[in-house]
Structure formats: C-alpha cells, structure tokens
Design a protein around this ligand. Sequence first.
Ligand SMILES: C[S@@+](CC[C@H](N)C(=O)[O-])C[C@H]1O[C@@H](n2cnc3c(N)ncnc32)[C@H](O)[C@@H]1O
Length: 284
Amino acid sequence: MTRSRFVCRLMFVLCCCAIAACVFAQGQQGSGEYKPVERQDGKDVVWLPTAQALVDKMLDMAKVTPQDYVIDLGSGDGRTVITAAKRGARALGVEYNPNMVALAKRNAEKEGVSDKAKFMQGDLFQTDFSQATVLTLFLLPEINYQLRPKILNMKPGTRIVSNTFDMSEWIADQTATIDDSSKCPEYCTALLWIVPAKVEGAWKLPQAELVIEQSFQTFSGRLNSGAEMLPIKNGRLNGDQISFTAGAAQYIGRVNGNSMQGMLKSGDRTAEWSAIRISKAASR
Ligand SMILES: C[S@@+](CC[C@H](N)C(=O)[O-])C[C@H]1O[C@@H](n2cnc3c(N)ncnc32)[C@H](O)[C@@H]1O
C-alpha cells in the first residue's frame, strides 16, 4: 500500500469513528434525561412519589398559604414543593440524591415556579428545617420518630404533614384518606400534627397555682386555690392556643413562652385570667 492510500484509509476510519461518536452522543442526549424508577434505593428510604391527589390533600390539611415556608424532607421529583409553590408559598426540597435534585429543579422550571420552589442536595438528618412553617414527610415511621424531638422544638403552630407514617405515641391531630384508587393507588393516608406549645410545669395565677403535666398536645394536672384542689380536665393545645376545664370553669387562652393569658367562663360569669410559669417541672 502506498503511503497516500494508507493516509486516505486512516482518514476514512477516523471520519467513521467521529460520525459514530456524534450519533452516540446525540442518542445519549435524547434519551439521557434522568428517569428515576419507583422504589429505587435512597440513602435512608427508597424513592416512591406521593400520589398528586394526596399531595393536594396534605397541603389542604396544612392550610398552606402564600405566607408559608414549606420544607419537604426527602423531596424526590419535587412534586410537593412545586405544588406548594403553585399555591404561592416559598418552598424548599431537601434531597440526598443529586440526580433527583436536578430533576426536581427541571420540573420546577417546566411548571414556571422555580422562583419559589427551591431544591438542595443534603441529608435530612443534617439539615436545619427549623424555619419551616409547614413540614412535609413521606419517609418511614422510624425516621419520623428520630426527627420528632427536633419537630417538637419547632415554633408552636407549625404544621407537620406525613404521608402514611405516624409519630409513634404522638397521635395525629387529623387524619384523612383518599379512597379512590384511580387517584391514589397506594400510600393514601395523610396525617397532620400541629406543634404544641410547651406548658409542662407550675404556673402562678393571681389567686391560684396551676400544675400541668403535658403529653404532646394534651395535658392533665391540677388547679390549687387555697384549700381547694381541682383536677384539670380536657387539657388541650392547638399550637399556642390552650384550653382546659377546672371545676365549673372553662379556660381558653394563648401561651407565649413562660406566660399565658385568656378568658374563663364559669356559668354566666366571664373573666380574664393570666399565669406566669414558676417552674418547668410539674412535680416540685
Ligand atoms: C418516599 S420518597 C418521597 C419523595 C417525595 N417527598 C414525595 O412525597 O413524592 C423519599 C425520598 O427521600 C430521599 N431520601 C432518602 N434518604 C434521605 C436522606 N437521608 N436525606 C435526604 N433525602 C433522602 C429519597 O431519595 C427519596 O427521594
């Protein structure tokens, strides 16, 4: 073979290789967008998307408004964050898998809400979510349980909504299920908790002492007034709103750290009441 024929052949082979590489690269681009597979492994929990009907239900139960800051821990393809952003809320998804983060960002872009729907790659156990006014979860019961102390330290009134999984003995304030399998084939129950104010301890009222033993959003205890000791009944917290009965009197009020105040009703009589916490321990 002459030298020029060899060069020609070499050029031909190189051209073929270049064309093949281009075709391959184009094919990769066309079909190469990341497509997650249901139940694929995740760091602490697999990816399985919440049915859109249940996303809507969860955000309805949490009464999401444009004033809210919604955080979804383990945000997957971003649907909860995107739906919250469409309701005008600021929303953040925390997701360990970087491919899912990129996919969620693309989805937010397509839906025209990337100004309000943000996504970050991170581990939900290492992320500070304390600023959320609404926290959404589709994780596992044991993960909810591990997160529970941090959740109970969030601002009273923060709404927590979980797809299907509970918080052990912290019973949900509200539960709803979607029964239509065409809208939600599996994992169709939403649970809502409202972070209760912390009221455990001894409180001083002008004429009495109130001792409260708290269990999440409920409490019992006693109201000591002179020689009289009245058991507390129907003690309940809805965020920072408190209500209870002592004897014939029904108390309602608002808790603000170590003080609380409100109105009491006893028969025809209504009056204002207020209390200051003197100890965080119920038994002194
Ligand atoms: C069951 S999916 C829920 C996805 C989404 N929240 C929804 O409801 O459609 C759980 C998600 O959590 C992610 N995940 C698992 N462990 C995580 C961790 N330690 N930190 C952040 N995300 C995690 C998974 O990759 C998966 O996308």
